[in-house]
Design a protein around this ligand. Structure first.
Ligand SMILES: Cc1ncc(COP(=O)(O)O)c(C=O)c1O
Length: 439
């Protein structure tokens, strides 16, 4: 340690916190002012182990000097250039490096600034792809209950978590939901559960009802993350793939959480052996150190859209001022070096069995009603006490006070440590959760 703890402003009122209990937080703030490796530090200097990689972002651990230095250098060299009709070399370099990790064929990379932007971008790519092929009638989308696809208007229309949509009206018309796969028979299963592949047939039912020829794309998280870790039943994703192929529908994997090693392979696509047509990613692409997301598209999709455009005109009217921001690209390239040099994804895969054993050892803790897990992610669900979600909320506060940070959703604690975690870190996380659940 030996660092001076940064001072915290005394006025907490002006900052309107996202997805937060503002009143409660401002009455009893739980702040972090510094981080290093597996730990955050409170303004008082107390270490808090990070069991959620920030928010599934910090795969290589906090405050990686290589990334900080790359961003610092970049901001002194080229701080900004418009990404429209202009570009800088690192954008091309990063797209190349990213495409070395995506499944074969998904080698065209569109940069954005967040997972939410990646999702809405993927929706527009799908619409555009069908339009240029003379199938502009394909304007419907299918997603799934309990899904999280970010918070932009496209993403909340796809969303299957009711609190994220109930206040905001109907959103986009023409988005239909398949049933989720959280079956009672699948409780306490480690890895992919055995029941529920047939739930993928909901997609064919929606095709039968609305006309498969009217559906643009089917969006799923390969493993639902924000809901609290819901791995796909064995055979489920293959079945979705087949139905998409049969009906000319694009399959989109939202890999904002499952990408970059979390499932023990580069992406969920490789972990589950199913290749989508489009893939979204964000978070760990820069280790969370700069905002960045991306859509990886099959080359055919890119070719169809660009070939259909005018000879010297814009082909796809979409992009963000900060798409491929130089500092984000610099962070992304430094992170690619870390993935390569530290074999970080292999490390996630080899630590996974120990991590999963540790998580499932919590099954006998009082009130634990389910544990779902895969790769380096687990959802530990406790029985509700009072309103649904109240116990989960209290637990995450109690855990902070006892030196552990994690994300809770409803009454599920989501554990997803950085891939640099040692066994001792996993033990510390497991013991703290066990104690907090028990007392
Ligand atoms: C699957 C998925 N999609 C999209 C998003 C939205 O990402 P962001 O918060 O960066 O907009 C998330 C965020 O957790 C996510 O898990």
């Amino acid at each position: 340690m030996g660092h001076a703890e940064p001072q915290v402003s005394t006025s907490l009122q002006p900052y309107w916190m996202p997805f937060s209990a503002n009143k409660e937080f401002k009455a009893e703030p739980r702040l972090f002012s510094r981080a290093e490796g597996m730990y955050f530090y409170t303004p008082e200097g107390k270490p808090v182990i990070d069991a959620s990689s920030g928010l599934f972002c910090v795969a290589a651990g906090h405050c990686r000097r290589e990334i900080a230095e790359a961003v610092y250098q970049q901001l002194q060299t080229l701080d900004f250039t418009a990404p429209f009709l202009r570009a800088h070399p690192k954008a091309f370099e990063l797209a190349q490096r990213v495409s070395e990790y995506t499944p074969a064929g998904l080698n065209r990379i569109f940069f954005v600034n967040s997972g939410s932007e990646a999702v809405d971008t993927a929706m527009k790519v799908a619409l555009m792809f069908h339009r240029v092929r003379g199938q502009a009638q394909r304007q419907l989308f299918v997603s799934r209950e309990r899904a999280y696809h970010g918070v932009n208007m496209g993403g909340i229309a796809l969303a299957g978590m009711v609190n994220n949509r109930r206040a905001f009206g109907p959103g986009l018309a023409g988005v239909y939901h398949m049933r989720h796969t959280a079956l009672p028979q699948n409780k306490f299963v480690r890895g992919q559960p055995g029941h529920g592949a047939d739930l993928a047939d909901d997609l064919q039912r929606l095709c039968n009802l609305y006309g498969g020829e009217n559906i643009a794309a089917c969006f799923v998280e390969p493993t639902a993350g924000s809901f609290g870790c819901l791995p796909p039943p064995k055979g489920y994703l293959d079945r979705l793939r087949k139905t998409c192929d049969d009906n000319g529908i694009l399959l989109v994997f939202d890999e904002v959480i499952t990408g970059w090693g979390r499932m023990g392979a580069n992406f969920g696509a490789q972990a589950f052996g199913v290749t989508p047509d489009l893939m979204t990613m964000a978070k760990a692409i820069t280790n969370g150190a700069q905002p960045m997301g991306a859509v990886a598209a099959k080359q055919d999709i890119y070719d169809a859209i660009t070939d259909a455009g005018p000879k010297a005109g814009i082909e796809f009217f979409h992009g963000y001022t900060y798409s491929a921001h130089p500092a984000s690209c610099a962070a992304g390239l430094a992170m690619m070096d870390i993935f390569r040099d530290e074999k970080l994804i292999d490390r996630a895969a080899s630590m996974s069995p120990y991590f999963l054993d540790a998580m499932h050892s919590l099954a006998d803790a009082p009130g634990v009603v389910d544990i779902r897990s895969i790769g380096m992610m687990a959802g530990v669900e406790v029985a509700a006490v009072g309103n649904p979600g109240a116990r989960g909320h209290e637990l995450q506060k109690k855990l902070y006070d006892r030196g552990l940070n994690l994300k809770s959703t409803g009454d599920t604690l989501i554990v997803a440590p950085a891939f640099i975690a040692e066994k001792s870190h996993i033990d510390e996380i497991t013991n703290k959760i066990r104690d907090a659940i028990a007392n």
